[in-house]
Design a protein around this ligand. Structure first.
Ligand code: PEP
Ligand code: MN
Length: 336
């Protein structure tokens, strides 16, 4: 349910209304936009009579939200959410490029990649330390040591770091991590979503599950927000379809759709979406042009020897070329 307030509502009247809602076990979320102030109500509203709320002096209107996601809903929060990732903003017109290798492999590798992507204009560094691999025999990531190396690269470059959490038991290793990634395979690990949402308000990069609908993605975001962390960034990385020509099927239309349905920023991952480094450039350009709030791109110093996802990893040189194009697309769309 959302409650639109009249423009002349005073602070004390607002407090009284919040108390009424809380007395009914409803948590009010205030969203003060430039045009209007609304209260998003989360909780069991079945026993509340909207007519009674509407009758209050300060209330303009009351509307029920039909969709099962409430806090992630654009109706609940009409303005774009701008997520602060240790000083780097994303959403609401702020665009950010996260780049780096699929996995952290060594100090030399991650520091080299961090410097190279920063030089090309990336604003955050990615690198997996705890890796979800299809095969138990494949490289599983350096774990805690990988996070230590990411922190070294952060010290060298100043880039905030983004890395995946697979198991809540590892959360203490993430103290100095700036953005916590929840990967596609864990998008519906509801316990993990609840635990991480209750534990931290750090930004969460939530990747769409490989067979998840848009509504399921938004419900997973809802889990994190409902647990206490509103700082969710949605990431589309392609899904499984009948088509096997590419690693995944990317529907860029979801950027426009998610922006309509939700206030959360939307990032595109052209690397996992295609599986081919030679395709990353054009998809990154298209994602930028359609209005994505950011990109996450795999970049490796020596892709043929990468321990994970070499085929889809750009070299620093390819990445620098892509960044030039992205920058000119950003300039072009700023004038639309
Ligand atoms: C990754 O970012 O390296 C990764 C494993 O991504 P996804 O969860 O989208 O497969
Ligand atoms: Mn990868």
């Amino acid at each position: 349910m959302i409650i639109k307030l009249k423009n002349n509502a005073s602070a004390s009247q607002l407090e009284t209304l919040k108390e009424i809602l809380r007395a009914n076990n409803i948590e009010p979320h205030i969203s003060s936009g430039h045009l209007e102030t609304i209260i998003g109500c989360v909780g069991d509203i079945a026993h509340i009579d909207p007519g009674l709320i509407e009758a209050l002096d300060i209330v303009e209107s009351v509307q029920r939200i039909q969709e099962p996601y409430k806090a992630a809903n654009r109706k609940f929060h009409p303005d774009d959410s701008v997520i602060d990732c240790s000083g780097v903003k994303i959403g609401g017109g702020a665009f950010s490029v996260i780049a780096g290798p699929c996995s952290v492999e060594s100090e030399e590798q991650i520091v080299y990649c961090a410097k190279a992507v920063k030089e090309a204009g990336a604003t955050m560094l990615r690198g997996g330390a705890f890796k979800p691999r299809t095969s138990p025999y494949a490289f599983q990531g350096l774990g805690e040591e990988g996070i230590r190396l990411l922190n070294l690269a952060k010290k060298e470059t100043g880039l905030p770091i983004v890395t995946e959490l697979m198991d809540f038991k590892d959360i203490e290793c993430f103290n100095d991590v700036d953005v916590i990634q929840i990967g596609a395979r864990n998008m519906q690990n509801f316990n993990l979503l609840k635990e991480v949402g209750a534990y931290t308000k750090k930004p969460i990069l939530l990747k769409r599950g490989m067979s998840a609908t848009i509504q399921e993605l938004l419900m997973s975001a809802e889990y994190i927000i409902a647990s206490g962390n509103p700082n969710v960034i949605l990431c589309e990385r392609g899904i499984r379809t009948f088509e096997t020509a590419l690693r995944n099927t990317l529907d860029l239309g979801v950027v426009t759709l998610l922006h309509r349905l939700s206030h959360l920023p939307v990032v595109i991952d052209p690397s996992h979406a295609t599986g081919h480094s030679w395709m990353v450039d054009s998809i990154a350009v298209a994602a930028t042009a359609i209005g994505a709030d950011g990109l996450i791109i795999e970049v490796h110093n020596d892709p043929p020897r990468a321990k994970c996802d070499g085929a889809q990893s750009q070299t620093p040189k390819m990445f620098a070329e892509t960044m030039k194009k992205i920058s000119s697309v950003r300039n072009a769309i700023a004038n639309w």
